[in-house]
Design a protein around this ligand. Sequence first.
Ligand code: XIL
Length: 365
Amino acid sequence: MVAALRPGRRHLLAAAATVAGALPAQATEGLRSIAARHGVTYGCAVQADWLQTDAVYAAAIAREAAALVPEGGAKWWDLRPAEGRFDFSALDAITGFAAKHGQVVRGHTLVWHAAMRPWTEAALEAGPARARRELEAHLDGVLGHAAGSIRDWDVANEAVADPWNSTELLKDSPWLRALGPAYLDLAFRLARARDLGLTLTYNDYGCEHDTPHDAEKRRRVLALVRGMLDRGVPIDAVGLQGHLHRDAAFSAPALASFVRSLRDLGLAVLITELDVIEPPEPSDPAPRDAAAAAITHAFVSTVLEAGGRAVLTWGITDPYSWANTEPAMARADGLPGRPLPLDAGFRPKPMWHALARAFAGQPWP
Ligand code: XIL
């Protein structure tokens, strides 16, 4: 269950008045400026085609987000459609939009086990020399192209094994099979060598909740980054994806201690892919939104209080969320999920208010 926050009675009443009172139909001020006032960067994942074809979506992104991350567009699948070829069209559309609206862009992601075309998988299977050549060519092409527009990259994504199906530190992946466990060190070293000023981030999921699996995942992520630092590998930040499971156990002290351990290693910590994944019950939107807001507030407040300074949600509006577009993520009862800050009409949901209050250091009733 969500750890109870214990606001003072005065705060509690003030918060209750704000939340229970009429929520504004349209946000007058975006989360980006609310967050900025409190020293926090708020942003979200975007897709280039929606920015280009949906003016209401584009306006919401301009109003709400100070940071963008391509939901696709900067994965191998998109950037490397064929051997020897780069396609920067989606990425350029996003960085162009960001430049126009005074937003920064995070890169996601240089090395991942997923989202590669068959030619890439075949190249990685062709042996370590070929794999290394492809990695170097990728970093040359992508970091070179985006040097002026992206200063923070998820160098590696989801490399740590899942405790429910492996006792290993690293997840099975084409990169691991091609280059062995040193592939992560290599990717971070190559990235730093190409651009000394880039923020190099390790990004992963499954560290958020108070479950035995998440506790073990936190232990493994810490072990991974400690090992990298001991070996002198350049790493600057850890991204916690934050795909929250609405009804899973949450402990602020457990999460705060993890974030502080990372901070003590000199690493920045940010939330990179926040959304709320729902179980099939109930169907009424009001209790679902209330529960999503509560866990969002608890999670974000905890990370910010422990020293995190940036929060990105994995999209902005419910219908465009991967929770609704990916069949594998669908609710068992077929109802659309409500994982993001804005509803289908781009109106702020309780989750939006939970974020605003967490950014301001205010409690949630
Ligand atoms: C997801 C996108 O949201 C989908 O649109 C795409 O089809 C598959 O990838 N963790 C990550 C993201 O790091 O890259 C994933 O994004 C969601 C889980």
